[in-house]
Every structure is written in C-alpha cells, then in structure tokens.
Design a protein around this ligand. Structure first.
Ligand SMILES: NC(=O)c1ccc[n+]([C@@H]2O[C@H](COP(=O)([O-])OP(=O)(O)OC[C@H]3O[C@@H](n4cnc5c(N)ncnc54)[C@H](O)[C@@H]3O)[C@@H](O)[C@H]2O)c1
Length: 284
C-alpha cells in the first residue's frame, strides 16, 4: 500500500460541503413541488455548500432559493439559459464573484424533447433538444472546469436517465441524448482525473417529479412503480441524495461512474417465470 492509502483517515463527516461552491442547472422545477434539480440544490445547501441556482425560469429558481433560505442555507438564483454559451460563462463568473470559487457542477437540465422515431422526428426540434440535453452540459463544464483546476479539485455530476441505459423508450431523442451523457461522463472523467476533478453520472429511474406528473394517468403511475424491484415510488429526493454523495468527499475515490437510482429497475425483473428444477442430488 502507498503511504497515501495507509495514512488516509476520513474526517468526522466527509459528507459536509462547508465552504464549497456548487452550481446546479435547472435548479427550479416546473411546479412548486420537488424535482431532481431542486432536491439536489436543497440537499447540497443542507450539507453546507453555497449554491448558485440556474434556471431559464427565474421564478422557479427563486422558489428553490426561498426553500433554501427558509432552512438558513446560502444560495443565489440566476436566470440562465444553458443552451447559450455566453450565459453559461456569465453564470460561472457570477459564482466566482459571489463566493470566489467553483467546486461542484450539477448538470441537471433535461427535457423529454420531440416525440417520434427516426422516421418521424422533426430535424429542427431534434437539433434544439440535443442542445438542451447534451450540449448544455459541455458548455457548463467548459467554463466550470478552469475554476476547478485552480484548486486541482472538483466534482461534476451529470443527470442522465435509465432511458440512456436501455432501449424501450418510444421517442428516439430522449434515450439518445441520455445515452450520450453516460459516455460523455466517462470521457470527461478520463480527461480530468489527473486534475483532481471527478465526473460522475446519476441515471434516475421513473421517479415521480413535476417533470412527469403533469402528463401522468393513475394507471401509468402504478405501472411505473411496479416496474422496479423495490416496487416503491421514488422522488426527486432520491436523485438528490445520490448527487450529494457524488459531489462530496465521501466519493473521493469515485469517478466515471454511472449510478442508476431506479429501485433496481435496470438490475433485473422480479417476476421472471423460471424453468422447472433440473438439479439432481448426487447419490451419497
Ligand atoms: N422525472 C423523471 O422521471 C426523470 C427520470 C430520469 C431522468 N430525469 C432527468 O432529470 C432532469 C430534470 O429533472 P427535474 O425534476 O429537475 O425537471 P424539471 O423539469 O422539474 O426542472 C428542470 C428545470 O430546468 C429548467 N430548464 C429547462 N430548459 C432549460 C435551459 N435551457 N436552461 C436552463 N434551465 C432550463 C426548467 O425551467 C425547469 O425549472 C432531466 O435531466 C431529466 O431528463 C428525470
């Protein structure tokens, strides 16, 4: 063992983020309830981080701000469209102006995007949705990484989806972009590991959040719940907890990981019928 591994002693609470500065994209939510980005922002603030809340919808980011401030957390809300390179640059600059550094970037913005197979999908809609779901994450990283390099430390968490790990989604755009985020995470982890910057990905399963709630029938909600091994419904908090772990020093030896938070939906099927037993005991 190296001296480093022999002598490493975790601090009393490696989950704390006191003094760290985090940027969360899509930190609002499309309703007053808890989405993935809002939950992640609140949980990072609870751990002591100062959080810059980016959202194209300023009112949504401000609502998250009020939630954080009501718990005595520290945050700022900034209207930012993460498809726009200059706005991504300004957002990182704002975090540095306010708090002097950037330690954590959570790339959470994502939309379902246009429906349709390759035959049906509209090209302009496809291009625009690629920009929202994928290019935005590169743009935010482009400006955040130089700040992280100054301390030779940082954590980026990209939000993909189990739709990026498996087939079976009716549209082509959503699983394509989410699959690209999975491998973008691994590529970025390889590029920046020696700089002390960890890059990981959370792949949420069918959590019940405002992103999907408005388009849900009770039957579909029940089908989504039953699809997982735990057969319980997840929420934005489940995704947020995974983000907070990956952003913290508890994950100091974790990079390039794709963490499904899906109640086991991608691990297997609970009710697969099995074949008749063919095991014969050897005679004693
Ligand atoms: N809810 C689910 O079932 C589920 C499952 C898997 C993955 N996800 C992923 O979780 C992420 C989002 O979760 P959420 O619950 O926070 O969603 P949400 O839709 O509630 O909130 C996302 C926020 O992003 C903002 N936004 C949209 N486009 C933007 C842009 N160009 N620039 C800045 N902000 C923009 C919206 O205004 C909104 O407030 C997405 O990446 C999504 O694909 C969700």
């Amino acid at each position: 063992m190296t001296d480093e591994s022999v002598h490493y002693q975790p601090p009393p609470d490696s989950s704390r983020l006191t003094g760290r500065v985090a940027i969360v994209t899509g930190a609002g939510s499309r309703s007053s309830d808890i989405g993935n980005g809002r939950a992640a922002a609140i949980l990072l603030a609870r751990r002591g981080a100062q959080v810059l809340l980016l959202d194209a919808n300023l009112a949504a980011a401000q609502q998250t701000l009020r939630m954080i401030e009501s718990e005595n957390g520290v945050a700022l809300a900034l209207q930012t469209d993460v498809t726009q390179p200059d706005q991504c640059q300004s957002a990182v600059r704002r975090a540095v102006e306010a708090w002097g550094r950037v330690d954590i970037l959570v790339n959470n913005v994502g939309i379902t995007g246009p429906a349709g197979t390759a035959v049906e999908v509209d090209l302009d809609d496809w291009d625009q949705a690629l920009r929202v779901n994928l290019t935005s994450m590169m743009l935010m990283a482009k400006h955040a990484i130089p700040e992280m390099r100054k301390r030779q430390a940082g954590a980026i968490v990209n939000i993909a989806s189990v739709a990026g790990l498996m087939g079976g989604t009716t549209s082509l755009l959503y699983p394509t972009t989410k699959g690209a985020i999975v491998n973008m995470t691994r590529a970025m982890a390889a590029h920046h590991g020696t700089e002390g910057i960890r890059v990981n990905c959370v792949a949420p399963g069918m959590v019940y959040t405002p992103m999907v709630a408005g388009r849900m029938t009770p039957e579909l909600r029940e089908t989504r719940r039953m699809r997982s091994l735990l057969q319980t419904e997840g929420s934005g908090w489940d995704v947020g907890h995974a983000v907070a772990y990956l952003a913290s020093d508890e994950a100091r030896w974790v990079t390039g990981v794709i963490l499904p938070v899906d109640a086991g939906a991608t691990a297997g099927t609970a009710k697969m019928p099995s074949l008749r037993n063919d095991f014969k005991r050897a005679p004693d």
